[in-house]
Every structure is written in C-alpha cells, then in structure tokens.
Design a protein around this ligand. Structure first.
Ligand code: GDP
Ligand code: GDP
Length: 428
C-alpha cells in the first residue's frame, strides 16, 4: 500500500486531519516499530484507493525543529510516496515552518501544501503567504469542519502510482439499524456518525439530504442504509411502519443491527429477529440502553435475552449505550468480522473431512432402522454460505439433526455468528 505522510509543526492540526481522513475516533492505530514509534499509521480509504496515512506529530518534542527530530522523520518518511505539509497560516508562518519547508525541499518528495483551520471561505485571505514556500498552490482545509478534504486528496493522488493492483474495487459493507421505535436507533446513528468520527460529508455520492450515509471505519467503507427512515417519527401505526421500513432496509443491507432495549423486550423484537434471520444475512443483536440495567440485574437480563432470542442464539450480541457512547466500536468491529465470514468460501476437501467425522461421531437419524447416509458435501454459494449435502433420503433429515449440523458448521468451520443454509440432494 502506498504511504502518505502528514508533516508540520505542533498544533497545526496534524492529528485532527489524520483522524478526520481515517474516519474513526477509536483509532486502531499500529505503532511504527523501532525508533519511529512516535509515528501513527492508519489505513485510509479514498474512492477505492487504499493508502497508509502517517501522522508524524509524535516526533516533535517542542516547537524546535531539531537535528534529532529531523533524522527520525527522515527514517519514517523514507517509503512515503507523498507528503502533506500542514500549516496553520492564521497567525503567519513561524521559523519552524520555514525550516520544515527547507528540509522537505531537500528530501525531494512530492509535497502538497495544505493550510489548516480555514474554517470558512473568509479565512482564505491567509493563504497568500503560503505560496512563497515554493510548493505550488496551497489547499485550504479545515480538519475540524471537514472542508477541502476532497481537493486535498485529489492533489495527493496525483503523486501516487495508479497501478490497479493497489487500488482494487472495494465494496462497502451495507448495513442497517432496525428495531422498534424508541429503542435508541437514532441515538446510535448519531453516535456512529458522530461529529469526530466523522462521516466524511465530502465522500462523493453523499449529499446532505441523501438517505444513505457513507463512512469509513478502520479502513473499511460502510454505507448505513436509510438514515432518513431511522430518524423519521411517524405519528400513526408506529410499529407497522417500523416493520415495513425494516423489511426494505434488510433487503438493501449486507449486515443487520437489530437494536433492542435491554430492559424491555417484546414480541415485536421476535418478529424482527425472524425477518432478519430469514434474509440469510448476519444479524448483530445490539442490546442498547445497557446503562439502565442496574449491576445486580445484569445476569438476569442476559439470561432473559438468551431465552427470548433463542431462535437466533447464534447471532452475536453487543452491549451499547448510545448516550454514553459505549459499545459503538464493538458494533462496527463485529460487523466487519461477520461480513468477511459471510462471504467466505470453504474448500470441498475440508467440508468432506468434516462430514465424515460427524457421520461417525454423532448418531444419524434413521427411519425404520434405515439410516440417513451422507455421501458428499460442497459449498454452492456464499453470502449466506450455502452447503449442498448429497444423501440417500432427504426425508430422513430431522429438524433437530439439521439444527445440530448448523451449529457444528458454525463452530467447526469458523462461521460463528453466521446464518448458514443446508440443501439436501438425493443421490441413488
Ligand atoms: P497537531 O499537534 O498538529 O497534531 O495538532 P492537533 O490535531 O492536536 O490540533 C491542534 C489544535 O488545533 C487542537 O486544539 C484542534 O482542535 C485545533 N484544530 C485542528 N484542526 C482545526 C481546524 O480545522 N480548525 C480549527 N479552528 N481548529 C483546528
Ligand atoms: P429510536 O426511535 O429507536 O430512533 O430511538 P431514539 O434514538 O429516538 O431514542 C429514544 C429515547 O431513548 C430517547 O429519549 C433517547 O435519549 C433514549 N436513549 C437512546 N439510547 C439510550 C441509551 O443507550 N441509554 C439511555 N438511558 N437512553 C437512551
């Protein structure tokens, strides 16, 4: 992956820009090994270009641009293909800014010069001085208000090779929040798209009144389906509306967040859980308002959930509090994990080894003393993983045995949390 570094003296907003471009708050940031452990790295996604973004902010000790810092920075930047030189021109340039500029010129890497904290077009008058640094036209940006980021990235991309290998078409994970009114869907939506984690208001295709919201998390693109429907509060026949909306949202999604109120679980949840289950798409049960459950009730509440949601007991659960911003990271991380598994394809040889083992280990159903025989198994489809088993008599397969196999598949074949399908075919 191509590397792009953000360089600039302290306080110009490097880490703000880094977080904004990476698009997440609870950064999953890998430390750079060795001497340059002060460099933060994260994978960023921009229009199907994946790149590693570096924030060199940790290298500075004070305001001085010293020899020691310079050396570390040179090491950190050795494989960067482009540099974003960030400045805060509002109070004029400092000596350190000029020194960094001089250093960058000698480093001889492509530099895109960006003026940060240009929060409104009025501030653009500050740009004039930056031309004098000799790196061409400065790009006005505001890390805080997500201004100018598209232009900045377009300028950066001009300096990166366009080899297709490194820029695969990466599909977003389409995901929806479903649930009864008042369980906290809008609050979760806001927490996810929260100001700092930012949804990149500037991602192409995302407009202010668009119904879907697009955002990045840990280098993965997400599309949150029908955000307008989540916010809408119809006055009449609320549950009916919620059912219809959920049905449409499920159809348009890859992964589903089924939001429930930790302290108030009703029939409606079961209906929605069924709907989601029947879609064959991974469901994450989001147990919201967890903050309202007193400590002494935690166990009982969990047990209650186990019982009521028995038929989708395989679905992973995350516990959240939208108002405390708790568990949001888990929601996203779990979605990424399930999405990958949902699309996985297993080797036929592995499946048949598995089938052979369970045919021996567990009693197979039989009919009047005639046992079910399973000959061969193969994966016919992904998303959801669908397996075909060739057998002597499909009508010998009992519901209980099929459930048993579903559970074994999930457990043995690394498909935990994933709805799987079995298709039976008779073979003479
Ligand atoms: P770094 O030391 O270069 O990493 O800078 P930080 O990202 O820590 O930002 C320094 C300060 O500038 C913080 O108080 C930020 O909130 C503020 N800041 C960052 N970006 C902007 C911006 O676009 N506009 C304004 N007004 N302030 C910003
Ligand atoms: P929606 O109808 O599912 O979109 O639900 P809202 O997001 O509008 O939330 C309904 C009510 O529950 C609001 O008063 C929220 O402030 C409150 N709420 C949402 N999430 C939480 C939470 O995690 N804990 C608590 N205590 N209240 C919450």
């Amino acid at each position: 992956m191509h590397k792009v570094a953000i360089v600039g003296r302290p306080n110009v907003g490097k880490s703000s820009l880094f977080n904004r471009l990476i698009g997440r708050r609870e950064a999953v940031v890998a430390d750079f090994p060795g001497v340059t452990r002060d460099v933060k790295e994260g994978v960023m996604l921009y229009e199907n270009h994946r790149m590693v973004l570096m924030d060199t902010g940790g290298l500075w000790s004070g305001d001085e641009w010293e020899q020691a810092i310079r050396e570390k920075a040179e090491m950190a930047l050795h494989d960067a293909l482009a540099v974003i030189f960030l400045l805060d021109p509002r109070e004029g340039l400092s000596t350190a800014d000029y020194e960094v500029a001089e250093w960058l010129r000698r480093l001889d890497k492509p530099v895109v010069i960006a003026a940060n904290k240009i929060d409104s077009p009025l501030h653009e008058a500050y740009l004039a001085e930056l031309w004098g640094l000799g790196f061409g036209e400065p790009v006005p940006v505001s890390a805080e208000h997500a201004r100018g980021l598209d232009t900045l990235m377009e300028r950066v991309l001009e300096h990166l090779p366009t080899d297709d290998e490194d820029v695969p078409e990466i599909a977003p994970i389409r995901i929806s929040l479903i649930g009864r009114p008042n369980v906290g869907k809008s609050s979760l939506l806001n927490a996810i798209l929260g100001e700092e984690r930012v949804i990149v208001s500037e991602v192409p295709g995302t407009t202010r009144d668009s119904v879907d919201a697009e955002f990045n998390f840990a280098g993965q693109r997400f599309v949150l389906v029908d955000t307008a429907g989540i916010r809408r509060k119809p006055d009449t026949s609320i549950e009916e509306y919620s059912m219809q909306r959920s049905e449409t949202a499920i159809k348009r999604s890859d992964v589903i967040w089924l939001v429930i109120n930790a302290t108030d679980l009703g029939d409606h949840e079961l209906k929605l859980a069924n709907l989601a289950y029947e879609s064959g798409k991974p469901v994450i049960v989001v147990v919201n308002k967890w903050d309202l459950v007193p400590d002494e009730d935690l166990k009982r509440t969990t047990k209650d959930l186990d019982q009521k949601l028995f038929h989708i007991s395989f679905a992973p659960r995350v516990y959240t509090s939208a108002i405390n911003d708790y568990g949001i990271h888990d929601m996203l991380a779990e979605a990424m994990k399930l999405y990958a598994k949902w699309q996985s394809r297993l080797q036929t040889s592995e499946l048949n080894r598995w089938l052979e083992i369970w045919q021996v280990r567990q009693r197979v159903p039989n009919f009047h003393g005639k046992p079910l025989k399973m000959y061969f198994m193969t994966q016919a489809e992904t998303a959801p993983p669908t397996f075909v088993i060739f057998c002597n008599r499909a009508d010998f397969v009992t519901r209980a045995y099929e459930n048993f196999l579903h559970n074994r598949i999930r457990e043995d074949l690394d498909l935990a949390g994933i709805p799987v399908r079995l298709v039976w075919r008779e073979k003479g």
